[in-house]
Design a protein around this ligand. Structure first.
Ligand code: HSE
Length: 359
């Protein structure tokens, strides 16, 4: 029997932007219920961010300021990496922390899609846990669902609206008849967009998330290079009108399928008919469909970006760590993550927008 420490879980947060600020607020706002549910206090004891002044407006109590983000892991139990980006400080901090056996919670899908296998190996070697519920579909608990609740299934397909900014833009353009640029500006103001919004609208962010979902579904290492991605820049109001005439909407979907032992991973604007639950997913909301041999089709919907919805996922990972729950990042031991043969690009249908039925 594991006897859990009742000491507070000491948390170090790196990055106090939209999500980091949300995590600080949520931990303070729901401190009592979080402690009741885990049996421990979750305390932010150290913070590193671009500017120390970012701490002022947040309920960070006596958290220590750490000027060098790479020193954040020294005196904490868990490092929460919310800096972002597949390289640079974010990568160094996560690698340093995992190598030292420190648990890491991150929302960094770019890092996981690019270096996920290496990070999983590091975590396994040191016995640390690497958790990333917030990396895919914001507040929707899709990682936990695939890793735990649906773990008895053989998956054939996982697809969804995985980028809140794109879904917000497509919804606004159609409903307000506004321009692409106007809708993007609003999404940025609301804190939905990536630091480089090209990552949203060119499908890169959705590709990161698709690579992670494919790994969980099919037992392969996340491999961004295998995801063929097209974004939404080319979508016009005319395309939307033609979709509407066919009782459909255009949605940017990330799709991963496994057929005859071959894996296809793609991001593409799709024609989604009113009969699909994804048709009704509007605004910043994300929707994910998972197909499993036992469960059939399961549909998840919820806010995919923004401060508190994403913080909700980060805090859930922290609560698992407070309870001593540990698991392999990509379900299987790193050594068992296989390289599955990809479907050739010439074998997939590419005209835009493609019908969801043809995926
Ligand atoms: N820019 C991302 C989105 C944030 O719009 O969905 C959440 O990953």
């Amino acid at each position: 029997m594991t006897i859990l420490s009742q000491q507070p879980l000491r948390i170090g947060i790196a990055g106090l932007g939209t999500v980091g600020g949300g995590v600080a607020k949520l931990l303070a706002q729901n401190a009592e219920i979080i402690e009741q549910r885990t049996g421990r206090k979750l305390t932010v004891t150290a913070v590193s961010a671009k500017d120390k002044s970012e701490m002022e407006a947040l309920p960070l109590g006596g958290a220590k300021w750490v000027a060098d983000a790479l020193a954040l892991s020294d005196d904490v139990d868990v490092v929460v990496e919310l800096i972002g980006g597949s390289e640079g400080i974010a990568r160094k901090l996560v690698e340093k922390s995992l190598s030292a056996g420190k648990n890491v919670v991150t929302a960094n899908k770019a890092l996981l899609a690019t270096h996920g296998l290496g990070l999983a190996q590091m975590a396994e070697t040191s016995g640390a846990t690497l958790a990333f519920e917030a990396a895919v579909a914001g507040g929707i608990p899709i990682i936990k669902a695939m890793r735990e609740s649906l773990a008895g299934n053989r998956f054939s397909k996982v697809l969804g609206i995985l980028n809140g900014t794109c879904n917000y833009i497509l919804t606004e353009m159609w409903e307000r008849k506004c321009s692409f640029d106007e809708a993007l500006k609003d999404a940025q103001k609301l804190g939905y967009a990536e630091a480089n919004p090209g990552f949203d609208v060119d499908g890169v962010d959705t590709a990161h998330k698709t690579a992670i979902l494919a790994s969980l579904a099919f037992g392969c290492a996340p491999d961004l290079a295998q995801v063929q991605a097209t974004g939404i820049r080319g979508i016009t109001l005319k395309d939307m009108e033609s979709a509407a005439a066919n009782n459909s909407r255009i949605k940017l979907l990330g799709v991963a399928t496994l057929k005859d032992g071959k894996i296809a991973q793609r991001v593409q604007p799709c024609l989604v008919p009113a009969s699909s639950p994804l048709y009704h997913v509007q605004g910043v909301v994300n929707g994910v469909i998972v197909e499993g041999d036992a469960v059939g089709t399961v549909f998840f919907q919820g806010r995919g970006a923004g401060s508190l919805p994403t913080a909700s996922a980060v805090v859930a990972d922290l609560m698992d760590m407070a309870r001593g729950v540990a698991y392999k990042p990509f379900i299987l031991p790193a050594a068992q993550l296989q390289a599955l043969p990809p479907v050739k690009a010439s074998e997939t249908k590419t005209p835009l927008p493609i019908r969801i039925e043809d995926l």
